[in-house]
Design a protein around this ligand. Structure first.
Ligand SMILES: Nc1ncnc2c1ncn2[C@@H]1O[C@H](COP(=O)(O)OP(=O)(O)OP(=O)(O)O)[C@@H](O)[C@H]1O
Ligand SMILES: [Mg+2]
Length: 578
């Protein structure tokens, strides 16, 4: 068992201390019950040998035989019942702990900033949340149970053996320290191999996730065989790593069996010698020794699995802690919620995503600014049109206003207060964001729209948002209307339908700042105009930011900005088209 895992699981074990204590008590009872009938096996063999030596003994020993046989038969049945409850108690608790760990990681993932998700693949995140947590569960549940069971049983057996013959006990347990030295060195190899296998699991998970989310591209470009080959390559590497790990696991198990075999030989050799020399009086004692080693056989075999799972759990813990240690970059420093009106001001704002390696010196990092010295003021309730070349930084401005990222230089003010000083959650509640790439959850249309609202949701609100986004008629034409389940990422909907559901989701909470990032690109000109007309009417006090390449459908706005290479190339404060 490793220390890191012990520290990590302490708080969870504390939560379930009663259940675990009962479980450990049951381990103790089950071991007592396992060992209880063994002296009676020895006694039975002695009785049988008396009878064989003189048949007239049978009548007088009949009662003893009945008692011994009853104990040998009944006690294991009770022991089995206790074992069942012991496993139930500990393994169910480990499932509860798994539930808690998964929830903790999930909630932590949700707090992490966008940059974290850019750096790490979804497959890796999934793998750490499922496979890695599962290894930790197996280690702190069944792993720990078997380990503790072995320790308790070993010491109980040792006591019993010492009771019979001290010298023979010494010979029998002599190989065990040597076995533990082997186990120690083999476990180092297991840890190394496990690390590689678990890393590969993440790679496979990411590959599969990415392949099937882009399946239609694969079909369109007839790239099935290319991806099949890629999959084969990754899987065969994974297979190789797994076989290497399995080989070490097998060596460990074989070694344990070999050492148990040595113990048997030692009993046979030294026990037999002592019996013939008369030091051990009864043949039943030798049988007892064999039974004790037999009882240790299964726990020792399981020890191989425990070590393997403990090493895997150690690697899993490192992988999970790596993510749990990451602090969210966007912090909420203000607990006081203030009313948001929607005035947005950029003061010399500069931003870059992450430093990149220099072309000339690979050890150096250079900061390529995505946005440079952006300044503008958008009054509350006014409309900004943000346009410019591809890659000029329009989406980045939208992300900065929503505080998905913080500026590297300069300051963004909302209602004359620095955005960083606003209560983050309260501010986000006042933001309606329609992303450039429509994202929908595989749920009903109703829930996809309702997810945008934080207040108590009513069907009326959902219908109204759908009406403003001009998606109502489309929804009513679907078989299950608002309850229609859209496939993963909205696969069953057209591009324009997805965009309009995303618009409905953004406006349902009546936000004070609304950002449309190229959100009308898949919608026809007439519908675009209608949506904007509705928006202006229904959300007349909201500040609206429309990021677009095509300004032909917008006739009424207050600020017009053109971006070029992350800088403002043109800014107009009036409605230049009116
Ligand atoms: N998460 C990111 N990490 C690193 N660089 C990024 C990231 N997102 C965008 N960029 C880079 O920042 C620059 C500006 O991107 P942005 O998405 O803001 O452009 P845009 O004006 O919205 O373009 P488009 O009109 O194509 O949507 C681009 O050069 C892009 O490659
Ligand atoms: Mg963009």
């Amino acid at each position: 068992m490793n220390g890191g895992l012990f520290v990590f699981s302490k708080k969870y074990c504390r939560k379930y201390k009663l259940r675990l204590s009962i479980g450990f008590l049951l381990i103790l009872i089950s071991n007592i019950l396992t060992l209880f009938p063994i002296p009676y096996i020895g006694k039975s063999i002695n009785v049988i040998s008396y009878i064989f030596s003189d048949l007239s003994n049978f009548i007088s020993l009949k009662k003893d035989i009945c008692i011994y046989v009853s104990i040998i038969l009944i006690v294991p049945i009770i022991g089995g019942f206790v074992k069942y409850h012991m496993r139930q108690c500990i393994i169910t608790t480990s499932r509860m702990i798994e539930f808690d760990i998964k929830n903790e990681i999930f909630s932590h993932y949700q707090k992490l900033s966008s940059s974290f998700y850019k750096k790490n693949s979804t497959g890796d995140l999934m793998n750490r949340l499922t496979e890695d947590v599962s290894f930790i569960r197996q280690c702190i549940g069944p792993g720990f149970m078997y380990f503790l069971n072995l320790i308790i049983l070993f010491f109980m057996v040792l006591m019993q053996m010492l009771r019979i013959n001290k010298v023979l006990t010494f010979y029998v347990v002599l190989p065990i320290p040597i076995l533990f030295i082997f186990i120690y060195y083999i476990s180092i190899f297991i840890a190394k191999k496990s690390k590689k296998v678990q890393k590969f699991q993440s790679i496979i998970c990411s590959f599969i996730q990415e392949t099937f989310s882009g399946i239609y591209i694969i079909k369109l470009f007839v790239s099935e065989s290319f991806f099949q080959e890629k999959h084969k390559k990754i899987i065969s590497q994974y297979k190789k790593k797994n076989i290497e790990l399995a080989k070490i696991d097998t060596i460990l198990s074989s070694l344990i069996i070999f050492f148990i075999g040595i113990c048997y030989s030692l009993i046979l050799f030294f026990g037999g010698k002592k019996y013939f020399e008369g030091e051990i009086k009864e043949i039943g004692n030798i049988a007892e020794f064999f039974t004790y080693v037999n009882i240790l056989f299964f726990p020792f075999i399981i020890l191989g699995w425990v070590i393997s799972i403990s090493e895997r759990a150690k690697v899993s813990l490192i992988r999970i802690s790596e993510f749990l240690k990451i602090k969210p970059e966007i912090l909420n420093t203000n607990l006081v919620k203030t009313r948001i009106f929607g005035k947005v001001e950029f003061k010399n704002v500069s931003f870059f995503y992450c430093p990149q390696r220099s072309l000339y010196n690979r050890k150096q990092y250079v900061q390529n600014y995505t946005l440079s010295k952006i300044s503008f003021t958008l009054m509350k309730g006014k409309t900004l049109i943000l346009t410019g070349e591809t890659g000029s930084g329009k989406t980045t401005i939208g992300r900065l206003i929503s505080r998905l990222y913080d500026p590297k230089q300069g300051e963004i003010l909302v209602d004359n207060l620095s955005l960083k000083d606003h209560n983050l959650y309260n501010f986000r509640k006042n933001i309606g964001y329609v992303p450039q790439e429509s994202f929908l959850f595989s749920d009903s249309i109703y829930n996809n729209i309702a997810i945008g609202s934080i207040k108590k949701i009513t069907p009326c609100k959902v219908y109204n948002a759908a009406r403003i986004a001009m998606i109502e008629n489309d929804i009513l034409n679907f078989k299950n209307r608002y309850e229609t389940i859209i496939g993963e990422r909205g696969i069953t909907l057209s591009g324009g339908q997805k965009q309009r559901i995303c618009i409905a989701r953004a406006i349902i909470k009546n936000p004070k700042i609304l950002i449309f990032d190229d959100s009308f690109s898949a919608i026809d000109q007439k519908t675009r105009r209608e949506i904007i007309r509705y928006l202006k009417k229904e959300l007349k006090y909201s500040t609206i930011i429309i990021i677009t390449h095509d300004i032909s459908y917008i006739s009424d706005f207050d600020l017009f900005i053109v971006l070029k290479n992350g800088k403002i190339s043109k800014i107009e404060n009036h409605n230049i088209f009116s």
